[in-house]
Write a protein that binds this ligand. Structure first.
Ligand code: MN
Length: 341
């Protein structure tokens, strides 16, 4: 049995790019406007982050939701989708949003909020749909997650009863994932969902630090966990993300880091596909066959990309990339006063 999956990473409200990409992949709209794959035994898999930044948030949700409902796609949850669920859900006792409506969180969510506040009825339906998405997915020997596949984190959420058998978050357990900025207040479950949807940070070597975008001195950096740990002379700058090049000493990645990458890539022979990490270039770069990032920065003047994977009897046979150039980034007007829930 041969099957094909069109794997599509972060869309972030860029509806026009999504439609162009589906067109380019050969999907056609049916009488209801739902996109239908060009051949049987083919479907799309979306790896999360449907909203925030672009101007067509509702449209993106509508397209993906219709495809999922018609059986033409599967969709998982990204960190922006998780954040939206928390932002728009009240703690059952405290009656406060599970994600604070502070300036930073509102700013990050503003593009979606503009559409949501203009149509609250549809907005509530959208949030309910985002909250219903699974955190991870396994299909035909392929694995999908938004940022990182980490078995202990999945176990943690399952054992706590927060993640159900279908990998969705239990509707009455969202308050267990309440957003906490401060480490001592974080629960293991919160850290687990963060790891799966946002990735993992490593300690930089002693004495190495850099300034982040908010002017904070950082001694940890996001790990490029899909790098090839067996590459000869793998350098530190090849395994950390978002660190200014001048802040990284010209040194090899330590054995400790390489072993951590090896641990994260122990996927029992399954390839994991994910998005989240805004890569440059028209097409994704395949560093190892065990972990492949599909996200070419649609919201940063990049591309919206798809990997079309052919699978035969649970074995990946072929992979091709298709992408469309994105429009220049949408710059939102200054954040408005914090909106009421
Ligand atoms: Mn993301």
């Amino acid at each position: 049995m041969i099957k094909k999956y069109d794997i599509i990473g972060d869309i972030h409200g860029y509806g026009e790019e999504l439609k162009s990409l589906l067109d380019k992949l050969g999907y056609k709209q049916d009488a209801n406007g739902t996109y239908v794959p060009p051949e049987p035994d083919r479907m799309a898999v979306f790896t999360g982050d449907y909203i925030d930044r672009g101007r067509e948030n509702f449209e993106v949700i509508n397209i993906v939701r219709n495809m999922v409902n018609a059986g033409h796609a599967r969709a998982i949850m990204g960190n922006h989708d998780l954040n939206a669920g928390l932002f728009h859900t009240l703690h059952p006792e405290k009656q406060k949003p599970l994600r604070k409506h502070d300036e930073k969180n509102v700013r990050q969510h503003q593009a979606y909020l503009d559409e949501h506040n203009a149509d609250l009825e549809q907005g509530e339906k959208n949030i309910a749909w985002l909250k219903s998405l699974p955190v991870c997915l396994e299909l035909d020997g392929l694995r999908f997650v938004h940022a990182m596949w980490d078995a202990p984190s999945l176990d943690c959420l399952r054992k706590a009863g927060i993640m159900l058998n279908d990998n969705t978050i239990a509707p009455d357990r969202w308050h267990d994932l309440e957003w906490q900025r401060q480490k001592p207040e974080q629960t293991p479950e919160f850290e687990a969902i963060e790891l799966l949807t946002k990735g993992f940070e490593i300690q930089l070597p002693l004495g190495v630090s850099f300034m982040d975008g908010d002017g904070h001195k950082r001694k940890k950096a996001r790990l490029k966990w899909w790098a090839n740990p067996d590459k000869p002379d793998l350098m530190l700058h090849e395994v950390v993300l978002d660190v200014p090049p001048e802040s990284i000493p010209d040194m090899r990645a330590s054995d400790e880091i390489k072993n951590e990458i090896r641990r994260l890539q122990q996927l029992e022979g399954n390839t994991v596909f994910f998005g989240h990490y805004w890569q440059r270039g028209e097409h994704p770069t395949v560093e190892t066959n065990s972990a492949i990032c599909i996200d070419q920065s649609v919201a940063k003047d990049g591309h919206l990309a798809a990997a079309t994977v052919t699978v035969e009897d649970g074995q990946m046979q072929n992979m091709e990339f298709t992408s469309v150039k994105s429009r220049p980034p949408f710059v939102p007007p200054p954040a408005k006063a914090v909106s009421a829930l």
